[in-house]
Design a binder for this molecule. Structure first.
Ligand code: GDP
Ligand code: IMO
Ligand code: MG
Length: 424
């Protein structure tokens, strides 16, 4: 049975939520494996639009079991808001949502520190989502993190929070000149959510191992994108987890030998939210048109997304990093009105032509993209349900992408709705 990872091939917001929603119809399990409520995954079906931040995008199409894996950092307050939002859509989460007892919690001190650290960075700010992601992974790696299983013993939980606050309050006072935080206030915030969340907490590693043994199909839903990976992205302008394929194994407990497919998701152009290098970024009317046609505003923070042409140097890097053996192309329709469409096929770095994506962000900042130009098709692609019915120039564009990357584009998305999709 298929064990498929769905991974963003760019800087996030590629349309992973839409694709996972579609593929979940044939998946027994859908598993989030990293990140937290920094993610915003948009699903559109029937008359419903919902943006999911923590709950996997497999709740609405069929009856998959949805797992929040050990690699996710969970803000329990956001999670409860989201559970309630999903329940309002008449979805019963009982026996469908499973939260790893090993997943770490994001507490209010992580969110406070995220904001203060960003302010202190000044012009070097990363442009984080302010959801406490970086500080929560710091707690995890420093071995002072508080995990889902700790919610099951309130006395011990309070003790652990108090211990952590010794260090945090001393930093708040001496470094940031801020008021200290109190463990009682944090416990007060947590009490109502503990009751709501605890029924979902379990050993999801075992759950998934049993599922694999029974030959069930599993879909692993990445958040963010390959170029935001803490190891392989445009460091330090990255998130604090591993969205790439390796992260799917550590963040779920599923071994690499069980993975059968790695599906990359790329837009037909590029976007980025937050700071950091972006070689094909457009500061002209084409960039504006991409933002307008693509409604490129952050699903989590509402910030306008930076827009640019598709970067095939970066895409080939993501394909190799993840071993992507199938691709989805999203937002093809956003290019419908363009007279000319460009794709970046190489970089010039300090005068030298290269097709390698540099590992050093200063170098990525310096590259000058080399473009190949395509004539636009200038026809709508919305509502087209077969590849053969796409305008010829759109097909040529896609076939070029397949030839350049060496990977088949199995799914073409031509609109935000579940139905606006071509399956090849
Ligand atoms: P994710 O974080 O990767 O799940 O992506 P987001 O939900 O943050 O951003 C993708 C946005 O594009 C959402 O508003 C989707 O509804 C929308 N979207 C997805 N696929 C398409 C598409 O093919 N065409 C258009 N026009 N919009 C799309
Ligand atoms: P989805 O799953 C786009 C970006 C932030 C910032 C950097 C670090 O919807 O694709 P963080 O809050 O993680 O410490 O911020 O990463 N970022 C995203 N950009 N889509 C996302 O998620 C993102 N999650 C984080 O803008 O540049
Ligand atoms: Mg998003």
């Amino acid at each position: 049975m298929a064990v498929r990872i769905v991974i963003g091939a760019q800087w996030g917001d590629e349309g992973k939520g839409k694709v996972v929603d579609i593929l979940s119809a044939e998946s027994d399990y859908v598993v989030r494996y990293q990140g937290g409520a920094n993610a915003g995954h948009t699903l559109k079906f029937d008359d419903t639009t919902i943006v999911l931040h923590l709950i996997p995008s497999g709740m609405f199409n069929g009856d998959s079991n949805c797992v929040i894996g050990n690699g996710v950092v969970v803000d329990p307050i956001s999670l409860v808001d989201e559970i309630e939002e999903v329940e309002k859509l008449n979805v019963n989460l009982k026996n469908r949502l499973y939260i790893s007892s090993s997943a770490h919690l994001i507490l209010s001190y992580h969110k406070v520190l995220d904001k203060l650290k960003e302010e202190r960075r000044g012009s070097d700010a990363i442009g984080t989502t302010g959801r406490g992601i970086g500080p929560a992974y710091v707690s995890k790696v420093s071995r002072v993190g508080i995990r889902m299983s700790d919610l099951l013993n309130e006395e011990l939980l309070k003790e652990k929070i108090e211990k952590n606050l010794l260090d945090i309050n001393s930093a708040l006072k001496s470094v940031y000149r801020e008021e200290p935080l109190s463990s009682s206030t944090i416990m007060e915030e947590l009490k109502p959510v503990i009751e709501k969340i605890t029924p979902f907490i379990c050993n999801t590693t075992k759950l998934l191992h049993d599922a694999l043994q029974q030959g069930k199909s599993v879909l692993l839903e990445g958040a963010q994108g390959s170029l935001l990976d803490v190891d392989h992205g445009t460091y330090p302008y990255v998130t604090s987890s591993s969205p790439t394929a390796g992260g799917a194994c550590t963040g779920s407990g599923i071994p690499p030998t069980a993975i059968t497919h790695a599906m990359g998701i790329t837009k037909a152009y590029c976007t980025r939210v937050g700071n950091g290098p972006f070689p094909t970024e457009l500061h002209d009317e084409n960039g504006e048109l991409l933002r307008k046609n693509g409604q490129e505003f952050g699903a989590t923070t509402g910030r306008p997304r930076r827009c640019g042409w598709l970067d095939l140097v970066a895409l080939n890097y993501a394909i190799r990093l993840n071993g992507m053996n199938e691709m989805t192309l999203t937002k093809l329709d956003v290019l419908d009105s363009f007279e000319e469409i460009k794709v970046c096929t190489g970089y010039r770095l300090d005068g030298q032509l290269t097709d390698d994506f540099p590992l050093d962000s200063d170098q990525v900042q310096r590259v000058i993209p080399v473009y190949k130009s395509f004539e636009g098709w200038q026809k709508t692609t919305r509502d087209i349900s077969s590849f053969a019915d796409l305008p010829e120039k759109a097909r040529e564009y896609i076939l070029f992408l397949e030839e350049f990357t060496g990977v088949r584009f199995n799914i073409i998305s031509t609109g935000p709705k579940r139905t606006e999709t071509i399956l090849r």
